[in-house]
Design a protein around this ligand. Structure first.
Ligand SMILES: [Zn+2]
Length: 416
């Protein structure tokens, strides 16, 4: 490689200059920032520390060893009671963080030190305000080497790594069909997707019921029903309180060669009278109703609220997938119809037909995928029901019966 800057490199240097100027001009603006909240989200996949602040934060991050620790110096910031409480937020069962210390390092700099339980790969980034959340500085701690000992056969961590590098779609070629017939020669693979998680609570009911907790409970109940079926195998996009970006959920379904994909939600509407269950399939042409459009928009906001450092949707509307996708949508509608009719036996239906909208999580081009709105968490009566194990079990059993009906109908599954 030549030491002289190539035209490409010169362009890069120029761009770097622009970035530097930008960050210098931000300094004055950042001077008045203060931290309004700290949240720590431990999980076996990765642990996240979020500092929410009134303005953008300027930071420098580095790692030290003996003992292993991640250090973040935040300039133009002063210690306050929110920051000094950080050590109390670390949980004993956090797989990555042993403890946290915060101090005023010098007149202008607050130093946050996270002492670690294991070697990590930190990923630090900032997020702009969204949906009532102010500026955020986010530290994600992934196990070093891209593999946690607990996740040997789970592709999630590798997919998150690809996602963080912007390589997710590059590693997702069209899938070669698996030999044999699903359900006869090999198990039918079902991917369950409990919506939201971690920093993204989803909808919150009047009595503070969080959608992310309820849908995880329903998905676990559904998983244990499927687990008993000898000709089915079930996986979950998340089985803990962790934020997983929408496209990583889709990628995981494809990686595990899922035959069917079921996303589970419990939603909210501005009008507390709205109630009932509904089932959605993807639409590539726009939503079939205003309510569907509203729901798709709020669901797709999940990534912004949960916090992803890049959008990188360059591959999302890949024309190569379009034809496959429209065939898959037909199957998704049939699949949705079976589930809807079963769910209609245990709850009032919000709408009698399968609705369609551009939900990002339903975009696996070759896997029949549905999104089940179990009930409205914004409706007082349905919020109460969603908390009961009785209703959770009823909904899980209804979705399970719908899955079996669809398979029994001989309708297509994902092609391998
Ligand atoms: Zn939701």
């Amino acid at each position: 490689m030549s030491d002289l800057p190539s035209p490409g490199r010169r362009r890069w240097l120029k761009n770097t200059g622009a970035v530097l100027l930008l960050s210098v001009s931000k300094v004055g603006f950042a001077a008045a920032s203060h931290v309004v909240a700290i949240r720590i989200w431990p999980s076996s996949t990765y642990s996240r520390v979020t500092l929410e602040s009134s303005g953008p934060l300027q930071y420098k991050q580095f790692v030290l060893s003996n003992p292993d620790r991640v250090v973040v110096d935040i300039t133009h910031l002063h210690l306050n009671h929110v920051l000094t409480r950080a050590p109390d937020l670390v949980r004993n069962d956090d797989p990555y963080i042993k403890n946290a210390r915060v101090g005023q390092f010098n007149k202008n700099t607050v130093r946050l030190v996270l002492e670690l339980k294991q070697n990590v790969m930190p990923k630090v980034f900032t997020l702009d305000p969204v949906a009532g959340i102010q500026h955020r500085l986010v530290l994600d701690l992934y196990p070093a080497g891209g593999k946690s000992s607990r996740h040997e056969d789970d592709p999630l961590l590798a997919l998150l790594e690809d996602y963080n590098k912007g390589n997710l779609e590059k590693d997702q070629p069209a899938r070669a069909p698996l030999p044999g017939k699903a359900g006869r020669d090999r198990p039918i693979v079902i991917m369950l997707d409990p919506g939201h998680g971690g920093e993204d609570s989803g909808a919150i009911g009047k009595n503070k019921t969080r959608e992310k907790d309820i849908v995880l409970q329903i998905a676990r109940r559904l998983k244990s029903l499927i687990d008993k079926e000898p000709n089915m195998r079930v996986y979950m996009t998340r089985n803990e309180d962790v934020f997983i970006p929408l496209r990583v959920r889709v990628a995981k379904a494809r990686k595990q060669r899922a035959d069917l994909f079921v996303s589970i939600h419990a939603d909210a509407f501005t009008n507390r009278a709205a109630r009932g269950s509904s089932v959605f399939a993807l639409s590539t042409k726009g939503a079939t109703s205003t309510a569907a459009r509203y729901l798709a928009r709020t669901q797709n906001e999940s990534d912004l609220i949960g916090g992803v450092s890049r959008s990188g949707d360059r591959y999302l509307d890949h024309t190569m997938f379009d034809m496959v996708q429209s065939l898959t949508i037909n199957d998704s509608l049939k699949f949705g119809k079976e589930v809807l009719s079963r769910v209609g036996k245990v709850n009032h239906l919000h709408k009698k037909t399968v609705d369609q909208a551009g939900f990002a999580v339903l975009k696996a081009p070759d896997i029949p995928s549905i999104l089940v709105e179990t009930a409205f968490i914004s409706n007082l009566e349905e919020e109460r029901k969603l908390r009961t194990s009785h209703f959770q079990q009823q909904i899980a059993a209804a979705i399970f019966a719908g899955i079996k009906d669809y398979i029994a109908s001989g309708a297509p599954l994902a092609p391998g």
